[in-house]
Design a binder for this molecule. Structure first.
Ligand SMILES: NC(=O)CC[C@H](N)C(=O)O
Length: 362
């Protein structure tokens, strides 16, 4: 069956459908990872987005539920050059196409993803629609122009958990504020010897403190950090208690807003498995896994914090530390999934911080 992609700038691309049938709209973003399509599709930070994979052959190792980052795919659609015709892996539970049909995700293949990515790099992220079957190009382009901006959507509300739950692990108590958390973050932290409990994004500081946590993690998640003003307020209150806090990706942006800094939307974001980041304290450069469309404005940060990590591609802020409070955050993904595991040391630093500090709100 035919599938088409229409973008808000008038671009209209024909390809071949795979996965579910119908029509889906979202912000079209590209990811340059060579593998990891399962983790990307199920990462809740992609809610509201249609993902273009720049690697030309996708689906090679089918699909398994073990590598999923959440209960199912969170992307709105998938754009690829070519779907692997004969997937094979001893861990596979079925083909990518079967999985997409099961979870009602639309895919389009046969797209010149290199040209499409160049367009997005040039013009910035574009809103778009993928649709199966015959369509009228003008109508679809017009519809693409009318799609809501990502900043106007409450995407965290779509992906956060409904009630608190105990994830696993034993040792120091860690409370995770679930803005759309990736399972591999929870797995990494429980594996380090922490007792991990997860709370919905809207949980009050009082309820979180009732767990008597030694540390708090504000997770990754979809959308514009400014839309999560309730979490910014919670972060501010928890920081005043001097509890060790770590922010990852959306969590990092929320902490930056909580200390009085500002965030902005990047032209086309950072999504891939090989972004070079320098740890300013040690001078070491790490290859990192990234997925974000917003960033912290460096010149907006107050004197109470310093930039701990910078992106060597474009000089943007990749990490932040508070000078007095036990607060650290990174814009990228220490848990990787997919991508290099170079940055796991950050979890150890946070665990140490949790063991050292005594806070005052309990
Ligand atoms: N992975 C994330 O947490 C992404 C954060 C935020 N939604 C952004 O796009 O910048």
């Amino acid at each position: 069956m035919k599938a088409v992609l229409a973008l808000e700038d008038g671009t209209y691309i024909e390809g071949k459908a795979f996965g579910a049938e119908g029509q889906r709209e979202g912000e079209v973003v590209f990811n340059t990872s060579m593998t990891g399509y399962q983790e990307i599709m199920t990462d809740p930070s992609y809610a509201g987005q249609i993902v273009v994979m720049t690697y030309p052959l996708i689906g090679n190792y089918g699909f398994n539920r073990e590598d999923a980052e959440s209960t199912g795919p969170k992307i709105r659609g998938l754009i690829i050059k070519e779907l692997c015709a004969a997937p094979s892996s001893w861990r596979s539970e079925g083909s990518l196409e079967e999985y997409m049909k099961e979870y009602d995700i639309i895919g389009i293949q046969g797209v010149d993803t290199r040209a499409l990515t160049r367009k997005i790099r040039e013009k910035g992220t574009l809103k778009g629609i993928i649709s199966t079957g015959e369509q009228n190009p003008e109508t679809l382009v017009k519809k693409a122009k009318e799609i809501d901006e990502i900043s106007d959507m409450d995407l965290v509300g779509e992906v956060t958990c409904l009630r608190p739950y105990f994830y696993g692990g034993s040792g120091l108590n860690l409370a995770v504020i679930d803005m759309g958390v990736k399972e591999s973050i929870l797995r990494s932290l429980a594996g380090l010897g922490l007792r991990v409990t997860v709370f919905p994004a809207h949980t009050s500081p009082k309820e979180i403190l009732s767990l008597e946590p030694e540390g708090i993690l504000i997770s990754n998640g979809p959308g514009d950090p400014k839309k999560a003003d309730y979490a910014v307020k919670t972060a501010k209150e928890l920081m005043e208690c001097r509890i060790p806090i770590m922010g990852i990706c959306l969590g990092h942006q929320i902490l930056a807003l909580a200390v009085g800094g500002d965030t902005y939307k990047l032209k086309f974001g950072h999504r891939g498995g090989n972004h070079p980041v320098k740890d300013v304290e040690t001078g070491r450069v790490y290859i990192t896994s990234q997925n974000h469309g917003f960033a912290v404005r460096e010149d907006s940060l107050p004197d109470s914090v310093y930039v701990s990590h910078i992106n060597l591609n474009d000089g943007t802020v990749e990490g932040m530390r508070h000078k007095e409070l036990p607060v650290m955050s990174v814009q990228y993904h220490p848990e990787a999934s997919p991508g290099p595991t170079d940055s796991m040391y950050l979890f150890n630093q946070f665990k140490e911080m949790m063991g050292r500090r005594k806070h005052k709100c309990l």
